[in-house]
Design a protein. Structure first.
Length: 485
């Protein structure tokens, strides 16, 4: 018969379940025969179930829980079937009852220890947190692995170390070669480059013959090689060109620095130098006894100069005009050193150049500034005065005082004409001088418009001018006298 009992542990808020069979008592404890003789146990399994205690029961003391456990176990023992004789079930002496109580306590301690182990195992399982499994490396691991790769890679490749100015201009950011290539390496790489160039030239000539762009297979057949060999040669040529270029980027940057302070932008200068470097790689002949850096220096400098000419001015000038300006500046310096006046005629004769060419070149020498730009550095955050406050407008037509004087002079002339001349004379004078933003007319045109002859119009006009001249002298109007005369 299955019997249920409740055992509470003082270490938690939950009553755990366990089970035992009465035969386990005789196996684990040596009870006296006369005690066991009074009991007959059925083979049924007695089960001790666990119940979750509420919050109100969690405040019970450990002694109370232990007494409940003892009573539950006694009740379990009482339910065991008794022997067939009609003797009372519990007719023991005080010694037997005390011994039985000790045995029950031992069983309870054993069950308690087993349940505590079970409780600890379940608690560990519930308290164990889920471990987060990363799908990839963390950011720190990527940084460390990247440093290890850079430190453990071949000594010939490393990150380029450039100045802060170049980093701001986004240069030196790529992977450059830490060491320069030797002459033997450059010769071998140049041969690969020349092989690729010869293939491209052969492809161009074949295209001219066929009239259309040939396929790689056709190019390989014309060269008597396989398509794989053709692709390998082209790829090796590309890689060789790339290695030589990476090895000489520092040379490009050093040449571009010389033109940075003259008005050129570092980015455009480096781009022009790289274009010249690639041109030098293609033109370099490894059979000649010349170092590649010496040969490529001229091409790099030419590319940097061309970029400087195109980007240094706000209004771009042609390259030939820049070269002419350079010659003129050198001629001026030499003439000054010789004690000769550097006039346009002397410069033209010194350079064997026409005077018109020197004049045209001298007219384009100017620098473009923004009027909204501050002429001086301002250390404070408040914007300072701009070029508007310091540079005068050389055009007199934009002088505001001149506009005021012109308006006053017009008023004086109108008053003088209204005072001295009649309406017909005033109209002839206005048409002759083109007042009120009109085009000046001849005496013949005035005569046709007024309905009179040319001579009559001229006579009326001369008489009117004489009247104005006499009145201008009386009022001391010098400007009016200059117009009339």
């Amino acid at each position: 018969m299955a019997t249920t009992a409740v055992i509470g542990l003082s270490t938690g808020k939950r009553l755990l379940s366990s089970s035992f069979i009465c035969s386990d008592l005789s196996d684990k404890f040596s009870l006296s025969d006369h005690i066991l003789a009074h009991y007959q146990y059925s083979p049924g399994k007695n089960v001790i179930t666990a119940k979750k205690t509420s919050n109100s029961r969690s405040s019970l003391s450990s002694s109370k829980r232990q007494s409940q456990s003892v009573n539950a176990l006694k009740q379990c023992l009482d339910t065991v079937s008794a022997p067939s004789d009609p003797k009372p079930r519990f007719d023991e002496t005080e010694e037997e009852s005390s011994e039985l109580k000790d045995s029950v306590d031992a069983v309870l301690l054993l069950q308690k220890s087993m349940l505590e182990k079970q409780w600890n195992l379940s608690a560990k399982k519930t308290r164990k947190k889920m471990s987060v499994v990363c799908s990839g490396m963390s950011a720190r691991q990527r940084r460390l692995s990247g440093r290890k790769k850079v430190n453990g890679m071949d000594s010939s490749v490393a990150r380029a170390s450039t100045s802060n100015d170049l980093l701001l201009d986004r240069y030196g950011k790529g992977t450059l070669r830490k060491k320069y290539l030797t002459h033997a390496e450059l010769v071998s790489l140049s041969k690969l480059v020349q092989a690729g160039i010869s293939i491209n030239k052969h492809k161009s000539s074949l295209q001219e013959k066929l009239g259309y762009e040939p396929t790689d297979r056709q190019v390989a057949m014309s060269l008597d090689i396989s398509s794989s060999e053709l692709h390998t040669k082209l790829f090796d040529s590309y890689r060789a060109r790339e290695k030589i270029a990476k090895s000489n980027v520092r040379l490009v940057i050093s040449i571009a620095k010389n033109y940075e302070g003259k008005g050129g932008q570092m980015g455009c200068l480096v781009q022009g130098g790289l274009a010249g470097l690639m041109r030098g790689i293609e033109k370099f002949d490894p059979s000649q006894r010349c170092r590649f850096s010496t040969y490529a220096y001229w091409w790099i400098r030419q590319g940097v100069k061309k970029a400087f000419i195109e980007t240094s001015r706000f209004i771009t000038l042609p390259a030939y005009m820049e070269q002419r300006l350079g010659k003129i500046n050198k001629a001026k310096i030499e003439l000054i050193e010789q004690g000769v006046d550097p006039s346009i005629k002397n410069i033209a004769s010194f350079l064997n150049m026409t005077v018109k060419k020197v004049e045209n070149a001298s007219k384009v020498i100017y620098t473009v500034y923004s009027f909204d730009r501050e002429p001086f550095r301002n250390m404070s955050a408040i914007p300072g005065p701009t070029y508007h406050s310091y540079i005068a407008d050389p055009n007199l037509d934009n002088d505001p005082w001149l506009k005021v004087e012109e308006a006053e002079f017009k008023d004086e002339v109108n008053n003088l004409m209204n005072m001295v001349l009649n309406e017909r004379e005033r109209e002839i004078i206005r048409l002759y001088y083109g007042f009120n933003n009109l085009m000046p007319l001849t005496w013949e045109e005035i005569g046709k418009r007024m309905g009179i002859s040319r001579e009559r119009a001229r006579q009326i006009g001369l008489v009117s001018l004489g009247k104005l001249k006499i009145m201008a002298k009386k009022r001391d109007l010098q400007a009016m006298l200059e117009i009339v005369e």
